[in-house]
Design a protein around this ligand. Structure first.
Ligand SMILES: C[S@@+](CC[C@H](N)C(=O)[O-])C[C@H]1O[C@@H](n2cnc3c(N)ncnc32)[C@H](O)[C@@H]1O
Length: 249
């Protein structure tokens, strides 16, 4: 197996990723941000998108938090080049850097978001510490990623309709963590102020009005109800980790 990070290196891969992520990851990313929007009390002024890739979260972050200044950080320059071409304006900056050691003097953030990147980080314990260190006093970090400990039934259901990308997703799941492993990493990072949700979105969004709004929005991502069902199964394959600042009340 290639190293999972090898998918994001070249210009062709970065352009290809931009296409792939739209149909395949767009709905999950959208649902994750809806979840975050519910958890964040006040509107964040500074947001960090860690492992931002081609900047796919930017339009949704803008919609949810129009006042915020967004910083995207990624380790791969080719991914950032696509992001800069698509989104850069005065309220957004993209910086090359690692989750392990944030770019120099990057400052504090009210919301640190990371979607589908954590499993790729070389030293996750250091990264978790770095994240907590860069949270403002009322800040919140949210990491959403694939989990390894999903039943083979859910996995095969979710991958049934995605034959084009099946082996890619299988490889990425193989490199992901179980919830126990994530908790172990947090323990090693000495982080106790955290919360993990491991339920599918159908359970996390119980509120009727919210479900309606979300279903309408999700319909924009796909036209085929079979594909939508497959994607909803895919959404069950994530965990949601919220990290609070140290000594959070
Ligand atoms: C699957 S992509 C997700 C991109 C984006 N978050 C999205 O939602 O489309 C994973 C990204 O994480 C980046 N990445 C991997 N390791 C990283 C690290 N240590 N620090 C920052 N970014 C990293 C990769 O370069 C890649 O762009």
């Amino acid at each position: 197996m290639n190293h999972p990070q090898d998918w994001y290196k070249t210009k062709e891969q970065a352009e290809g990723y931009q296409e792939f992520q739209k149909s395949y990851m767009g709905p999950s990313r959208f649902l994750c941000l809806q979840l975050a929007g519910r958890k964040i009390g006040t509107s964040p002024l500074r947001i960090l998108d860690l492992g931002c890739g081609t900047g796919a979260a930017v339009p949704m972050l803008r919609e949810l938090f129009p006042e915020a200044k967004i910083t995207g950080v990624d380790i791969e320059p080719e991914m950032l080049d696509v992001a800069k071409r698509l989104y850069e304006d005065s309220n957004i900056e993209f910086l090359e850097g690692s989750s392990q050691k944030f770019p120099y003097e990057i400052g504090e953030f009210d919301f640190i978001f990371s979607f589908s990147s954590f499993r790729l980080w070389d030293n996750p314990v250091l990264c978790l510490k770095e994240i907590q260190k860069h949270l403002s006093a009322n800040g919140l970090a949210y990491i959403a990623d694939l989990r390894k400990d999903i039943s083979s039934q859910i996995q095969s259901e979710a991958l049934k309709k995605t034959s084009d990308f099946k082996s890619l997703v299988e490889e990425q799941i193989e490199s992901a963590y179980t919830i126990d492993e994530v908790e172990n990493l947090l323990d090693k990072a000495d982080i106790s102020d955290y919360l993990i949700y491991d339920q599918p979105f159908s359970v996390l969004f119980q509120n009727r009005a919210q479900q309606k709004r979300i279903t309408e929005k999700l319909a924009e991502f796909t036209i085929d109800s079979d594909a939508l069902n497959a994607k909803q199964n895919l959404h069950s394959m994530l965990y949601h980790l919220f990290i609070y600042p140290e000594n959070h009340e």
